[in-house]
Design a protein around this ligand. Structure first.
Ligand code: OSB
Ligand code: MG
Length: 378
């Protein structure tokens, strides 16, 4: 097998699969409820090698505008046909091939991820090394949704702390915030804690967000029901606690503007949300220069997306624990081997093998697949 940077990819075929995987427990945010996670698994085939990428679009357009079905449409009709037969010397060239497609970043990111994986496998290099990440294991946290009962949430916080998770993040919304955070502080003291509102607070109710200041959170994630970064800047100026941006950072330009305006002091990075790994690297460079801490967010990924996220989280600018919990926290059976497991010290190993560094379990993939499409050159 050739190593180094001289391999060339000419895509023979793209296989799209729609999988439906039941979550161990339903995941509820202020925006949506997910009991079964539908997602698209993208496979890029060339020279007898397969590269895999997972599309993070959710079932509904309540987190961002993309859905599984819009992503399927874009991938099948525009993105995969644009890529098949094209000659790529580097994974970073994918963006140019898909450049005519506006927006639809999650769809494009999934195909780009498969291309990165293919190059990694072809060259015998881990995605972590391709991206420039150094760490062999990364600290991880857990993201706990909205619960019908506070006692049940507290029990799960306790359990995850006992398992070793390095940070607890809870979902909040108006009416499920101060009492919840107060109870967690009362029961568990000074643990690393954050809260994610998924845009649940109207900017006119900044007072409700300011009341969260007293809980000593690491950051408050995406509190406001607006995409206007100026509103975020106004709020950040009145808060002690750092604002962490998620939904409102869709690309490098958004990140640049957010930092210029002072709209937040931390960024949650998700490759799918920002259109791919090449864009992640650009945001990472910006954040390093500006001294802004990043962390790797999650989208209830199965094993392919999780392995990719672990490689991202190994980059030096990713300083807070990621939403990269063990596979078993989400799914009974994963689609890769080995699945991500939590080490006793609250870290997860970054796969070291070529590409995403985990083996796709074809039998498991079959089991969860409900639709399949093959795109070959015309
Ligand atoms: O806002 O970070 C979010 C899951 C789906 C959509 C949006 C978000 C989340 C999470 C879960 O918080 C993170 C995880 O994968 O554990
Ligand atoms: Mg979030």
């Amino acid at each position: 097998m050739s190593k180094g940077g001289c391999s060339v990819l000419t895509v023979d075929c793209v296989v799209l699969r729609l999988l439906r995987m039941p979550l161990v427990t339903p995941f509820v945010t202020s925006a949506q409820e997910t009991a079964v996670r539908p997602f698209i698994l993208v496979e890029v085939q060339a020279e007898g090698l397969s590269g895999f990428g997972e599309c993070v679009a959710m079932a509904d357009p309540y987190y961002t505008e993309e859905t599984v079905e819009t992503a399927w449409h874009i991938l099948k009709t525009f993105a995969a046909p644009a890529l098949v037969g094209r000659r790529l010397e580097r994974p970073e060239e994918t963006a140019a091939v898909l450049g005519r497609i506006r927006g639809n970043r999650m769809a494009k990111a999934a195909l780009e991820a498969a291309v990165w994986d293919w190059f990694g496998k072809r060259r015998g290099i881990s995605l972590r090394a391709m991206l420039g990440g150094g760490r062999e294991r990364v600290p991880v946290g857990v993201s706990l949704g909205l619960y019908p009962r506070l006692d049940d949430l507290l029990r799960d916080v306790e359990r995850h702390l006992a398992e070793g998770y390095r940070r607890i993040k809870v979902k909040i919304k108006p009416g499920w915030d101060t009492a919840v955070l107060a109870a967690i502080r009362r029961s568990f003291g000074d643990i690393p804690l954050s809260a994610d509102a998924n845009m649940a607070y109207p900017p006119s109710d900044a007072e409700a967000v300011k009341r969260l200041d007293e809980f000593g959170l690491l950051y408050i994630e995406e509190p406001l029901a607006t995409e206007n970064l100026r509103e975020y800047a106004r709020l950040q100026a009145q808060l002690e606690t750092a604002i962490c941006l998620d939904e409102t950072v869709r690309c490098l330009a958004d990140a640049e503007q957010a930092l210029e305006l002072g709209a937040g002091r931390v960024i949650n990075v998700k490759a799918g949300r920002v259109g791919g790994l090449a864009e992640v690297l650009r945001i990472h460079a910006l954040a390093q220069k500006a001294g802004v801490p990043l962390w790797c967010g999650g989208m209830l990924e199965a094993g392919v997306g999780r392995a990719m996220n672990l490689a991202v989280a190994a980059l030096p600018g990713f300083v807070y624990p990621g939403d990269l919990s063990a596979s078993s926290r989400y799914y009974d059976r994963d689609i890769v081997t080995p699945p991500a497991v939590l080490n006793a010290d609250g870290t997860v190993d970054v796969p070291a093998g070529p590409g995403i560094g985990v083996e796709v379990d074809r039998e498991a993939v079959e089991r969860f697949t409900v639709r399949m499409e093959r795109i070959i050159s015309r």
